[in-house]
Design a protein around this ligand. Structure first.
Ligand code: CA
Length: 482
């Protein structure tokens, strides 16, 4: 190359690099945060968990891009308390959110207590654009609306579930082998909202939520500020309804309910694919921290049973057995985390908020009550070789049941007063009770549950989702000891 050509090439390089240099200087380098939650998914019902009859290529790709947590938990085995936990980073019994809210848009009681700050409040305070898409289930009164709980933008519905096909009646499962009620349920037919404005129902809800997520990601791709998106699918929760073309793909599944569930989960996978595709297309994938999990385990035989499969795990939604609280759990952040790894130490959905805050370099007001979750990043990178949590705890229905996980040990006391101990490393299906062989461990964990229980509050409202299945103490009653 001649001298003048070199000079010209250098000038061209300098000129072409100027705009990008200035763009770099003004670009906010903090990662985006995408929290994807599904509803009542069975532990075995995605490819990355070993499921075979429902292909989930997009979720499997997400798993391959990051870390799969094999002992990933939620903080409650039903919808709304689980959501109150991860959206605040605190055990929800600390602030009385221990039951699903009763569907009553006039109630100023049934919703995430206003004393609590959400992950969206904190990230918005740190300069993030925030959006929620899909199921809310943290209160239907206007004071609980997502726009009042830290989210700049909301598209979705306020209740605990929604029909997927417009105008359809909703089948309410009352239990396997029992009669199925069919009626138009007000909660499942509540309006679709864009912020405060009602919109017509889309042709199929899960498909629409994926389209909305992709559009939101494209809209915020300019990087004037990083964003937080909470994408909350109500699938594969009942009602069992799916697009005709998806049902056709699963025509080989003889059981109609399993076939419909499979079609619903395949639609979720397609919507996740559309969402991840928007990240790829706008060049944001590697700098986006993505979480994926289910809000609780699959309901296999109880009310709202959806033909899910929890694989080797014992029990289901509503239980303190592993099938109620242990869920498919992914964390992916290509810029920082290894790809294609598994992580076996117990983690919990309460870790989402502190992990996102640390990734964003954001600080929470030190006056706020302490978080129960921890920043997972140093554990998932392998930098910190200890475990994120000495113990994890569960309390159901104001002390009707308890559970504790400590390392490989899991102790619980069920509604029926069954107190048992399991070694989950050797026995993930909770088959061999070791309480009499290791009474010291059982006592230690029961004592730890009692200590933890003393820091919890009475429920703000009481609502038995299983219709008379247990005797609930009133909010003024003292909680039962573990
Ligand atoms: Ca749920």
């Amino acid at each position: 190359m001649s001298h003048s050509l070199v000079l010209r090439a250098f000038c061209a390089l300098l000129l072409s690099s100027l705009p990008s240099l200035s763009a770099t200087a003004s670009r906010d380098e903090r990662p985006n945060v995408l929290l994807i939650v599904v509803d009542d998914l069975g532990y075995n019902d995605v490819g990355f968990q070993g499921g075979r009859d429902i292909p989930t290529p997009h979720l499997d790709r997400l798993a391959a891009s990051g870390v799969r947590c094999t002992s990933g938990y939620v903080s409650y085995p039903v919808c709304s308390p689980s959501r109150a936990g991860f959206i605040t980073g605190r055990y929800q019994q600390r602030f009385g959110h221990e039951f699903n809210p009763r569907w009553n848009p006039a109630s100023q009681i049934d919703g995430l207590p206003l004393t609590e700050k959400t992950i969206a409040d904190v990230l918005r305070g740190a300069g993030y654009a925030t959006a929620a898409i899909g199921k809310w289930h943290l209160g239907a009164h206007p004071q609980f609306h997502p726009n009042r709980r830290g989210f700049d933008e909301f598209y979705g519905f306020l209740g605990g579930g929604h029909r997927f096909l417009p105008g359809s009646h909703v089948d309410v499962e009352v239990g396997a082998g029992k009669k199925m009620e069919t009626h138009a349920d007000a909660e499942h037919a509540s309006p679709m909202l864009r912020n405060g404005t009602e919109e017509p129902e889309p042709p199929e809800l899960t498909t629409k939520l994926g389209e909305e997520a992709a559009a939101s990601i494209a809209r915020h791709a300019s990087r004037s500020k990083p964003w937080f998106l909470y994408l909350s699918f109500n699938a594969p929760h009942t009602p069992l309804q799916a697009r005709a073309d998806m049902l056709k793909k699963f025509a080989h599944i003889a059981d109609e309910r399993r076939r419909t569930y499979a079609a619903m989960m395949a639609t979720v996978d397609e919507a996740v694919g559309r969402t991840l595709g928007a990240l790829d297309a706008t060049g944001q994938r590697s700098r986006t921290l993505v979480f994926f999990f289910s809000d609780n385990g699959g309901p296999m035989t109880k009310r709202n049973a959806n033909a899910s499969n929890n694989g080797v795990l014992r029990g289901q939604k509503g239980d303190v057995f592993e099938g109620g609280i242990r869920v498919p759990f992914l964390v992916s952040w290509p810029d920082r985390l290894p790809a294609g790894r598994t992580y076996d130490a117990p983690v919990i959905s309460l870790d989402v908020l502190p992990t996102a805050l640390a990734a964003a370099g954001a600080k929470r007001d030190p006056e706020l009550p302490p978080l129960d979750g921890v920043n997972l990043i140093p554990f998932l990178t392998g930098e910190n070789k200890t475990v994120p949590h000495e113990r994890l705890y569960w309390r159901m229905d104001y002390g009707a049941a308890f559970a504790v996980r400590e390392g490989k040990w899991k102790w619980f006391r069920t509604y029926e007063n069954l107190a048992q101990l399991y070694d989950l490393d050797a026995d993930p299906g909770e088959k061999t009770d070791l309480a009499t062989r290791h009474p010291d461990v059982a006592t230690r964990l029961a004592t730890a549950a009692a200590d933890w229980n003393r820091g919890l509050a009475a429920p703000v409202w009481v609502n038995n989702p299983f219709g008379g299945f247990i005797n609930l103490p009133g909010p003024s009653a003292k909680p039962a000891a573990p």
